[in-house]
Design a protein. Structure first.
Length: 570
């Protein structure tokens, strides 16, 4: 951690030397005195706190660390290799990804915490901004810090709380705080911030993406739900579930948000578009854009270099989409699909993409689907002489799973041709109302209110463009739990929930030990009839230590051993 803090100290030039010769104002950056005496520069520094929140770019690393998505070269990414062989010497190689939004966020999150500490320290003596503006900026910074500590805690367990500025002469003998201490610190930041924050950013278009009271409440809703779950609450303390239910309902009852009517445009509309479901999102603009879609579309649209476009949804995920009649295609045991087809579903393994949950068609591209006015072809001929343009045989840019991501991808109304030169501005979702509904449904289920659980799941399923059958009173008890878990899997697919959900539920020992599959599609050269056969792509194994992530060994050494390693990785 010392090297991280050193880089931040030097990079931000927030400490000066006493020697006169070194007091010459730098010509390649803005001096500290200029930053904190100029209101515009203070706001610019504060804006960079938002930019410091690590988000996914390219093939979603969080999805690759679960059973949602599989890469042709999985050994270069999370996923199967995020298993029992993971150790502190290679954690950043295996649990990180060059494009950002990694599983391993230790360095980036603590870098941002450091920048927030600098800002809060300077605001204690600020005389440039009005008191009202200063209070708002401080409040936003504290909520961002709370979010960073939440991210760290759910990944690593209790982590060191650093609440004072450090320089190169400081004592770096940090030790872990307990999870309860981290939670109390998060609660303190949010409680202090809420009175100074606006209720929501839709009243002022220029505030899109900024922290509001609702963002703070959303952090609490997710945090309390996690803390009530078996991983953090092995005694099943009902008071924790009640706290989770109350936090979700508090946000719902504010009435500022509603479900977006279109599941597709919920995810691919430009930043600032009318979308009353978004509680907090990363804002993008034409001058501050991203190119995420170009990393996930396959060769036809110019996916970059194989290592990116070759990541595709797994057959494991596809199999969990219900049929249009509301039945699951396969019988589950221990939260995992068996090969036994549910006879009530009407599922046909040789016609697997017919009559599925509409969210399937809005989330995943498959063989024969229409996408951007093109019919995708992912088949290979029976004599291996020809294949479709979108097959893995055509290019390493096409996923071996024979599926590509549709969720988040632009529609035909954005650009006639996709390329890396296009500035995509669709926001990255931190929190949305759909999640809060499911948070509330889960907490109420655990509290014994199954009717309320079904009610809020059914609100999700009733979204226009989805309109799946409601869950009835016949689905109860453990069957309802299974449907609740599956609803989160489908509704929140690729939104960085699955990794944490299976761990906090205590079912990762089942779901994360299942091998990853794709789909082989063979077209008969004589009849053009296609045959569909699931194909094993990667095997996986599970170890309970993977509920949390190890800390780089170098960080342990820097702390002189006062920072203890995550259990199981010593």
């Amino acid at each position: 951690m010392k090297k991280i803090l050193f880089l931040i100290i030097v990079g931000l030039s927030l400490y000066s030397c006493n020697d006169d010769i070194l007091d010459i104002p730098p010509k390649d950056r803005i001096a500290e005195s200029a930053v904190w005496s100029d209101a515009a520069l203070i706001r610019a520094y504060h804006n960079q706190l938002y930019a410091g929140i690590d988000v996914s770019k390219g093939p979603n690393p969080m999805a690759k660390a679960t059973d949602e998505l599989v890469h042709n070269s999985q050994n270069r990414y999370p996923g199967p290799i995020l298993n029992a062989t993971l150790d502190p010497d290679n954690v950043t190689d295996r649990a990180n990804f060059r494009g950002g939004g990694s599983v391993y966020t230790w360095r980036k999150d603590y870098e941002l915490i450091r920048e927030i500490l600098v800002f809060l320290d300077r605001m204690e003596s600020d005389i440039v901004l009005s008191e009202e503006e200063r209070n708002v900026l401080v409040a936003e910074a504290r909520v961002i810090r709370a979010y960073m500590y939440f991210r760290l805690t759910v990944r690593f367990g209790g982590v060191p709380i650093i609440d004072e500025l450090l320089d190169l002469d400081s004592d770096f003998n940090f030790s872990r705080n307990t999870i309860d201490e981290c939670v109390a610190y998060i609660e303190e930041d949010i409680a202090a911030a809420l009175p100074h924050l606006s209720l929501g950013y839709y009243a002022n278009e220029g505030d899109f993406g900024r922290v509001t009271q609702s963002a703070g409440k959303a952090i609490l809703s997710r945090m309390y739900l996690y803390l009530a779950s078996p991983l953090f609450n092995p005694s099943n303390d009902m008071a924790k579930w009640q706290k989770a239910a109350d936090a979700a309902l508090d946000l719902i009852d504010d009435g500022f948000f509603s479900l977006h009517p279109d599941y597709t445009t919920l995810f691919n509309a430009p930043s600032g578009s009318t979308n009353n479901e978004l509680i907090w999102a990363r804002n993008y603009s034409e001058t501050n854009a991203h190119d995420f879609p170009m990393y996930m579309l396959g060769r036809r649209w110019g996916a970059y270099g194989g290592w990116s476009g070759a990541g595709g949804p797994s057959q494991n995920l596809v199999d969990d989409y219900e049929m249009i009649n509301g039945e699951l295609p396969f019988i589950k045991v221990n939260h995992v699909n068996t090969v036994t087809i549910n006879p009530a579903s009407g599922y046909d393994p040789q016609n697997p993409y017919v009559n599925r949950d509409p969210r399937f068609y809005q989330t995943i591209n498959y063989d024969g689907t229409e996408f951007r006015e093109v019919t995708l072809e992912k088949w290979v001929s029976s004599d291996d002489s020809t294949w479709g343009f979108d097959s893995y045989k055509e290019s390493g840019d096409n996923p071996r799973s024979n599926y590509t991501m549709r969720k988040f991808m632009p529609g035909t109304d954005t650009q006639p041709v996709l390329s890396f030169a296009i500035n995509f501005t669709s926001p990255f979702h931190f929190f949305r109302l759909g999640e809060i509904y499911l948070n509330y449904a889960e907490a109420m289920f655990e509290l014994g209110h199954e009717d309320v659980c079904r009610e809020y799941i059914n609100l999700i399923r009733a979204r226009p463009t989805v309109e799946m059958p409601s869950l009835t009173n016949l689905i109860a008890g453990e069957d309802l739990r299974e449907r609740l878990y599956n609803e989160r899997r489908i509704e929140l697919a690729f939104e960085e929930h699955r990794y944490f959900d299976v761990r906090r539920w205590g079912i990762a020992q089942f779901t994360e030990s299942v091998d990853l599959f794709g789909m082989d599609i063979i077209k008969d050269v004589n009849t053009d009839v296609k045959t569909y056969t699931p194909i094993l792509l990667f095997d996986r194994a599970w170890d309970d230590k993977l509920n949390f992530i190890p800390i780089e060994r170098s960080e342990i050494l820097i702390s002189n051993g006062s920072l203890t390693q995550t259990p199981g990785y010593n």
